[in-house]
Design a protein around this ligand. Sequence first.
Ligand SMILES: *Cc1c(COP(=O)(O)O)cnc(C)c1O
Length: 325
Amino acid sequence: MIWQQAPRQALGIFPTPLHPLDNLTARLAGPQIYIKRDDLSGLALGGNKVRKLEFLLGEALQQHADCIITAGAIQSNHCRQTAAAAAKLNLLCYLLLGGEAPPLAQGNLLLDQLFGAKIIWSGEQRKGEGIEALVASLREQGKRPYVIPYGGSDPLGCLGFAAALAELQQQGPVFDEIIFASSSGATQAGLMLAKAALKLDTQLRGIHIDKANHQPQHFTKSIAELANAAAERFALATRFSAEQVCLDDDYLGEGYAILGEAEREAMHLLATSEAILLDPVYTAKAMAGLIARVRQGHYSPQQRILFWHTGGTPAVFAYAQALQS
Ligand SMILES: *Cc1c(COP(=O)(O)O)cnc(C)c1O
């Protein structure tokens, strides 16, 4: 399979647990809901980026890189997991974070600092617009930087989630639908690739979480392009069109990183029924989408639905105020 062709640096603890959510299923009186626990992926409070980083850093080490650069928002889980992985592999890590230094570092930012990352504040630009200039200046100093794109979403990053679907299949049972938060796209593109390679007919439903990108056609097109670039790079015959990307944008709420009523309800429901923490930015929106779909009667009680928990736990603590209001 394509994900067995690339060098991979072990970073997480896999397979992540898979288990039913019996209390939630009973409370919603809906389909049989299961959860895949990538919040427990083993590196520095977990998350889905560890899967991508195993392949991205596998390539970085193969290229003898001595430092890593990536970018994201102030509470970026991707940046925190990259900083942790770099620490583990003895590589220097540069993070370009949107906004300005806050008076008190909390959540993911606090952890970025603990992992020894060098933080560069980049104001309005939270998607890595300043990376090229940093690469040039590091090269001038004789360093060998390896750049990880926004969210770890490039063809190599997709392999992490292609391998993840194969991992899930080994754990059984067969699911009618898999629901997950979708943002920079490699989670969804990777799952799509493996679904084609393994000939599964599970419905993959990405829940769109970023209103700033609110041009649905544009976003489904870029996920299809990402999947196609990965298919091409790893010699897989399948190709995808934007119409084949199921990206549900009914649950954007008030926008990226804004905790609204639906997200708050999802966090409370999972915490009180299952003692599982959702994060305010991604998984709370995805779960709010699942809850709404169950209530709308989209599923029968016999169906098995998987919620893929993609992590984000440290951000809970950065939202203390919003969670109490
Ligand atoms: C990055 C992230 C996602 C989205 O994954 P993409 O591959 O960027 O679409 C979902 N949930 C959490 C917690 C994340 O950190």
